[in-house]
Write a protein that binds this ligand. Sequence first.
Ligand SMILES: Cc1ncc(COP(=O)(O)O)c(C=O)c1O
Length: 408
Amino acid sequence: MTLPHQTPKPYVTTGMGNVNSFSRRTASVHICKKDGKDRILHMVPMYDLKREYLADRQRYLDLFDGVCTDAAFSDGKYVRAFESAFAARFGDGFFAAALGSGTDALFLTLTALDVGPGDEVIVPSATFTATPGAVKMTGARPVFADCDPDTWQIDPAHVSSLITGRTKAAIGVHLYGNPFDAPALRRITDAAGIPLIEDCAQSFGAELNGVRTGCFGAAACFSFYPTKNLGAFGEGGAVLSRDRALAERVGFLKKHAKTEDGDHPVLGYNMRMSGLQGAFLCRKLEGTDAFLARKRAIAGQYLAAVGDSPVLVPQALVPGSLPSYHLFVLKTDDREAFRRFMADRGVETAVQYPVPCHLQGVFADGSRLPVTEELFRRAVSVPIYPYLTDAETASVADALQAYCRERQ
Ligand SMILES: Cc1ncc(COP(=O)(O)O)c(C=O)c1O
């Protein structure tokens, strides 16, 4: 895999936007006012996903040709190959079921574990809406845990206090790509006799005490959404487990729950991975170590730039973590002022989750989680896409340093 560090060619020119609209346009130029005059800046984008494709275009075109020539469009041999390669990355004795998305992975894991109406599943509120959303899709109730004030990860002590006779499982999320304290949470779930599910949608490539995230729970759920550390050219997800029966159950449910004799004994779903994504992901899996190393190097520059400034505080790592930096998130003193400052220096920023899950209309249950709420008021992320050029990462680091100096 080539990671081009030179300045990219200028692309379509548009203004700032929310990161959620990145797929509809490519922001590379930003116009801002300085001393009453328009100034044109090269905008450092949160993502520019076509760079990865363009760096290895012919390989991807060849893969496209292979899948189409084999007509292996849905599931099929390319997806089988990806499942094997993906599971092997975690060591012997793992099984993977490739799916249409990370949400499918969470939903089918819960379904395979017989979670349903009347059950409760403990989840952090500091996560993407899909984590509690998958619980709700099963008919069970998500019960929200607060997070640790420094690591921003699920607080095991709070989880412990939320367990009732109706608790059927707990889901820990490796937030922003960095590991939560899975062994601590596992001790609590084991004592309660419930499975721990790892939501690894953001943490492909992260480790804790030399163990890859995804290896701590009864099952782990991955997303291959294009912005993820292992991103498809479309949607994708997977369940990983040492429990062969669980992985096979997920594989059965994802294909309409059809038995060999053509019966459908339970309700099944169409949550298959497409053959193209299987082929692309197999290829991308080969390059992930370079991709992750580049992200860690970029994070190192940003961490050096903010130092121990009290105005921009990065996520603290659980001891023993090897982070994967899906995102680089900072807790700011004044989020809007920070975002304006960065925009004026040509750096796009994003607020990933403006509303904590427990306050979202679909889940609001009257609970208040002060640590999560404070984090969500102040958190903002800066670009850490591995295809950023050296010049772009330097300009992000310079802007971070300048902000800290100015506000201190
Ligand atoms: C923590 C978390 N869980 C689950 C998901 C859902 O993954 P997908 O978008 O592939 O359905 C995401 C996606 O962003 C996520 O960040």
